[in-house]
Design a protein around this ligand. Sequence first.
Ligand code: MLT
Length: 404
Amino acid sequence: MMPAEVDLTVYPDECDAFGHLNQAAFLSLFERARWEVLARGPGMDLFTRSGSWPALRRAVVDFHASALPGDILRFSQTLIHRGRTSFTLRQSARRLRDEAVVATGEFVFVCIDRQGKPVPVPEDLDAFLALRAGEREQAGPARITVNGVSLALEDQGEGIPVLFIHGYPLNRSIWQDQVNDIRGFRRIAPDLRGLGDSDAPDLGYSMATYAADLSSLLDSLGTRRVVLCGLSMGGYIAFELLRRHRERVVGLVLISTRAEADSAEGRKARDQAAGVARERGAEAIAESMLPRLLSPVSQQDQALVHRVRTMIAGAPVPGIVGALTAMRDRPDSSGLLGSLSGLPTLVLAGESDQLIPLDDVTRMHDAIPGSVLKVIPGAGHLAPMEQPTVVTQALQEFLGLLPQ
Ligand code: MLT
């Protein structure tokens, strides 16, 4: 394992009139540190000899303190995400004289060939940048920063990407079985901003923001075409993505969701729930939602009930309030449905969903030309968790019919 730390000295010609290391020069030092790590490991020609060039897709840098001429900065490099054709490096620069962290950054690369087509990340990169097992656990889930917010995600497998979009106030773990078991397709399951392990800013939640986060995430991962698979609020976000990026979407799966906007009464209930979250926290939201989330059969499964309760109780309050605001203000998507003609669409519904009644789902299915509806026996609002095998199988069959 190569040392992933490099010491670089700050020179006067890299500094501004106030004597601080200039931000553009700082980016050069980040790059110098990356090349230095390569030079000490598999060789600076790693990428040219593999025919796979790392094009910088996204750079997000936070500056925390100044660096002056003569300072020695220790740059650390950690691989925090490794997909098939993309990878993300987290880098930090520490001032050796006082150990202050001067800057941190995340750099997303997509590997391309000479024609600019995405190609696999060279295997040698793993050999020296791969995290040791313990480090990987400590590092937590893969993360990518989009629109100033760090999103946690699962990214497994190869093939046409399926973007799994969870509901409220849940996280990517609702898709655990589908992400682990579906074959022949890339499975990408992020935590939305404000939920799961993603950053939870205080403000800035709307369907438009969620959709912008996810399209930037797909850009960062180097994927163009995508199958959208949204559950409940995830479906509302899928509609927003369709309004903005219809050309990218090659398949659609809508689970336990509806096209209509909230009624006046529904909007009022969102504000009341936001008040509960602010005053009594996420646990109170978990207690009020649990009886309505799972089918009577699933309510008997203590392990499942515990999983769902823990997931909701662990949700950050700003993320809960933000999602409630975003749902309250979402546009009506009924008018979009007729325009989805030609887009392969699967609609799934839990037979005893108390949150989004079967009638709403059926109306949505009727309005999407050519869509297929499957009702999942024994499932409530969370079919992917309640009946994971049935849902995985339905998805696998649907995906298998998509034009490759
Ligand atoms: C969800 O599961 O995402 C929400 O229950 C949807 C909603 O409340 O409209």
